[in-house]
Design a protein around this ligand. Sequence first.
Ligand code: PGA
Length: 249
Amino acid sequence: MRQPIVIANWKMNGSAEANRLWVESFLNLKADLHCRTAVCAPFVYLSQMVELLKGTDVGVGAETVSVADKGAFTGEISASMLKDIGVTYCIVGHSERRTIWHESDENVAEQAEKLVAQGIAPVVCVGETLEEREAGKTEEVVLRQLRAVLARVPAAQFAAVAYEPVWAIGTGKTATPETAQEVHAAIRAALTEADAAAAQTLPILYGGSVKPANARELFLQPDIDGGLIGGAALKAEDFHSVCAAIDAD
Ligand code: PGA
């Protein structure tokens, strides 16, 4: 069956000292957790996080990756560089990347392909804007984003799909558990079309203003197998509480 996973997305937050304290607190708290966990951190802290979490079962992930392998791409980081320092997960297609850096469905698919070639598991983010939801296009958008990646990378190689309605990210507005479940079920159906066996085991995460107070009701839904957690992952105690909510499911 599916093994739940809760992934922290720190975005552009953290410092060497804050990260050290976060890991210390989380490792002290996590003995009672059964779910899998991982932390996605800014590039410059990834080596530090790999070192701090060495010998634990907490994974370390990047937040994006270049579509190029190497060469004259100032400021870019390749999948092979991530592999080189021991990173095992990477978020692709986060809505902030899609919106602010204009990453297309095709870019996101190429990133996933580069990661998988290096043995790094992509966390594939999909999600509609408020405008798209109001126009009744949620499923169309989410499945288009997902299928673009599936055209290049088999579902069995994903770490997870993360459904993150753009209107719920960092806004304090969470999708109701029923609304989220509806989209998760559509994602599961599309994955099943692509690979029925992989669709049964691949976790589909919900993301967007998940916090200790609302995590449990979301995680109780049959197709919500964990979360991608932004704001509430910045404090180890809150992240631990969110992880504990999936264990209680
Ligand atoms: P949030 O972010 O939990 O702060 O809404 C989630 C995300 O963007 O991954």
